[in-house]
Design a protein around this ligand. Structure first.
Ligand code: ATP
Ligand code: MG
Length: 594
């Protein structure tokens, strides 16, 4: 890769549309180029890094017996219709028609295609277990493409699928993938955590995510030091609060409606309650004594709308992502003026349980936070402007249609496993492993004959890695103020050789050194540009982020060449005669730590 001819133009200015530093640097260093929002071109250097990530991923997949194949991205509608995902994917799916008017799609993930291929080709338990994978381009019309490659609308995913006759087989395939992912992400040099990803996964492992720890991540996860429990915040299952002691319930006064003028928010309600209706026990009312009822509008994949009411303690907010997970595949939006106008039973700011519930006058489904205990008493809306009801007891005075895991999780909350308290941090989802079970095999009728000649439905796992996302995540995790800073395993080259100055001897010597390094099997970026100043060459070398920088320049007259470590900034002069050996030792020493 000679910079005199390489298809590269580095930029001094940050791209206007980039928020994160790694993204800015990938564009400035000429690794990627935006083609459209969330859609990027891989330039030569970027493609090298991508290929290196792919190599790590392929080696680990091959090591667990995965067989690589490649499905098209352009797919027919029918299989996705059969699985329900043509509808479920909603606006995230890129849909198109061919010239005959047939519906088609650009694949967002390929469970259906793999299932059908196995169904066509295999028919006996003897042919299982089977693990297939591809490293392939996916399309999702994301609502919020973000940070370049981190959340693209076209992106590269490694997706694999396991096929087994029984649950034990699936569990084993899942564990093999988990171990392969640990090796993969270790090799990529990411600081990552493995977290429960699925609300059904408490104590089990039906689904886990690999999150790169990063303040810029879109996922929030919790950890419990004491037990090692770690979960995506979406997957945290807050245990149901135990019922209140019947004696306490019996002593709770009958519910009573009180005037609380101008109290449409929790803060104003608490102030009014303390001013106008002080507690008998002398303690002050707090937000935690109030029951807040939040109404949202669901849009189901088929386009139908449905209001949903959520009751939760007034000191907590609804967590948008937790609610996303709970209502999926439906989407939700806050109730707006128009929605309130369409539901006159709901008094904005004063909504209470008396109108909520499928059996209640509104007919609106009403779900409670699990921290709301049977027998607990609340201050909540009285469904009348300026009024709230006090001492309203769950089970005695009101009921709901069920519970929902949608309240925010906070630092210091008890761990769901009872072992201690939770801490919160953010991460970027790099991989996801998932025991699908028989869902797709049933929908698409994938059966094989078992040992007794009986047809059994195959059980499947699905396992994804964000390959293009990994390039971005590593760039974010490793860059510094002046440029990218690749770990050896992913760098587009092993060495960046600079020839600086005007001296012919310098250029000739650099040529010789590069030839030697290449002959020894190294990949070299060679800055052989004749009329570019040393300052520009140094800046570009730092921007590109190849881990070892070798400067053939002023020192040559004294018989020395400089070797610089891009990551530590450490530099040393070595005798010209030793240069190639020393560079090789450095590259290999790093590549194979003792
Ligand atoms: P996210 O929650 O980030 O939207 P997801 O849960 O929808 O991801 P999966 O369907 O599990 O993603 O896909 C497997 C992997 O593909 C993810 O773990 C992630 O690394 C990667 N991935 C998913 N969506 C994108 C995207 N829009 N751009 C880049 N990589 C993605
Ligand atoms: Mg996922």
């Amino acid at each position: 890769m000679r910079l005199s001819t390489l298809f590269l133009r580095t930029l001094r200015e940050d791209p206007a549309d980039a928020e994160l530093p790694g993204h800015k640097l990938l564009v400035r260093a000429g690794y990627i180029r935006r083609a459209a929002p969330g859609i990027y071109t891989w330039l030569p250097l970027g493609l090298k890094v991508l290929r290196r990530v792919e190599t790590v991923v392929r080696e680990e997949m091959d090591a667990i017996g995965g067989q690589e194949l490649s499905f098209p991205a352009l797919l027919p509608r029918e299989p996705y219709e059969a699985s329900g995902r043509w509808t479920e994917y909603g606006p995230n799916l890129f849909r198109l028609q061919d010239r005959k008017g047939n519906d088609m799609l650009l694949g967002p993930t390929h469970e259906e295609m793999f299932t059908l291929a196995v169904k066509d080709m295999f028919s006996s338990y003897k042919e299982l277990p089977l693990t297939l994978y591809q490293v392939q381009t996916k399309y999702r019309d994301e609502a919020r493409p973000r940070a370049g490659l981190l959340r693209g609308r076209e992106f590269i995913m490694k997706d694999s699928y396991s096929f087994d006759v029984d649950d034990a087989g699936l569990e084993a395939a899942y564990q093999r993938h988990r171990e392969a992912y640990v090796r993969m992400f270790d090799r990529l040099g990411l600081d990552y955590v493995v977290v429960y990803a699925d609300s059904g996964a408490m104590g089990g492992s039906a689904s886990e995510e690999f999150l790169a720890v990063s303040p810029d991540g879109e996922d929030t996860f919790v950890r419990c030091e004491a037990s090692g429990y770690a979960a995506n915040v979406e997957a945290v299952v807050v245990p149901q609060a135990p019922p209140v002691d019947p004696g306490v319930v019996a002593a709770t006064p009958a519910a009573h409606v009180e005037d609380t003028p101008d109290s449409p928010t929790i803060d104003t309600l608490v102030a009014q309650a303390n001013g106008l209706h002080p507690r008998a026990d002398g303690r002050s009312w707090t937000a935690a004594d109030t029951l807040k009822n939040v109404v949202v509008l669901l849009t189901h994949p088929d386009g139908t709308k449905e209001p949903l009411a959520i009751g939760l303690p007034g000191d907590r907010e609804v967590d948008a992502k937790r609610l996303d997970t709970q209502v999926a595949p439906a989407e939700w939006a806050p109730f707006d003026e128009k929605d309130f106008a369409a539901h006159p039973l709901l008094t904005k700011g004063y909504i209470g349980p008396s109108v909520l519930g499928l059996e209640a006058p509104s007919g609106i489904r009403y779900l409670l936070d699990p921290s709301v205990a049977e027998g607990s008493a609340w201050v909540t809306g009285a469904d009348e402007h300026g009024k709230h009801v006090f001492d309203l007891v769950l089970g005695r005075d009101f009921t709901a249609d069920g519970t929902v895991q949608a309240a925010e999780i906070r630092e210091g909350d008890p761990s769901p496993d009872g072992a201690g308290t939770l801490t919160l941090a953010r991460g970027i989802e790099m991989g996801h492993i998932f025991q699908l079970g028989r869902k797709y095999a049933e929908a698409l009728d994938l059966k094989v004959l078992d040992e007794n000649g009986k047809l059994v439905t195959v059980t499947m796992g699905s396992y994804g890695v964000g390959v293009s996302r990994a390039v971005a995540a590593v760039a974010e995790a490793t860059h510094d103020e002046v440029g990218l800073c690749w770990p050896r395993a992913l760098a587009p080259a092993d060495v960046h050789v600079l020839a600086t100055g005007k001296d012919r001897a310098v250029f000739e010597h650099a040529e010789k050194l590069v030839a030697e390094l290449e002959a020894a099997g190294l990949e070299v970026v060679h800055d052989d540009r004749p009329k570019v100043s040393p300052g520009v060459k140094f800046k570009d070398a730092e921007l590109l982020g190849v881990p070892t920088i070798v400067v053939v320049g002023r020192g040559l007259a004294d018989g020395t060449i400089e070797i610089k470590d891009r990551r530590t900034g450490e530099r040393r002069e070595v005798p010209v005669a030793d240069a190639a050996t020393q560079v090789l030792a450095e590259v290999r020493g790093d590549a194979h730590p003792a």
